[in-house]
Ligand binder design. Sequence first.
Ligand code: DGL
Length: 273
Amino acid sequence: MSYVKPIGVFDSGLGGLTVVSELVKRLPNENLIYFGDTGRVPYGTRSAETIERYARQDEEFLAAHSVKLIIAACGTVSSVAAHTANDLSVPFIEVVSPAVDKAVSLTKNMKIGVIGTSATVSSGTFERKICEKLPDCAVISNACPLLVPLVENGWINRDDKITKGVLERYLEPMRTAGVDTLILGCTHFPVLKDIIGDIMGEEVNLVNTGEQAAIAAEKYLTQNNLLNTKAANGTHEFYVSDRVESFSKTASILLGRDISDSVKYVDISKIGG
Ligand code: DGL
């Protein structure tokens, strides 16, 4: 019965947990397999060829676990290498389109900001998709490469002066342009949403890529009769490509529960190729 199969979720590291936490809230029965490529994070500073190669290995690893859906819970893979899904026999959801749909539905002044990794911003994928839907919309994008390492290292407290200072600098062009909607175009960034909200002010809509991807997954599974209707809490397995301990520690904080018994190491370099 395919509906009991797990959902596969991957990211370069911890960021995809922003999708996982939303999935768990919305779909507590679902079994989940998460892969965080912590041995090769960050993806967002690498070439398109490297990101594509990593994405194919991540997808192959999850597909080998007989998942019913793969979510590329990574703005970088979704922007640069979403075409890798064309070679998969498993349904696939990326995080750009759901976030764009939400942002275009929210903006009133037709000024949307996008923050993401360097690879995401230079791909222009968010901008292109926004302008396909709202041709007259101004899109202000800014690459924020320092944010992924800050999150991976757990510098995520609302009162962290260094993280706040870095964000103030990155968000200045958004404030100057007067965007009324800001897409957090990297799944690591919703972890910092309180600080981002403090800087942008409460009148600016923040679009959480993790949340929108989870909503898209719920919709897909519902429409295709693939929801796990077994009345039991789903199981959650986590795999990483480097030290289990450091991932377990920050992931447990982000998910609000101790997951250290469910985290395993995998040598992703041995997959595919
Ligand atoms: N969470 C990834 C994203 O959404 C981070 C990319 C990276 O590793 O640089 O883009």
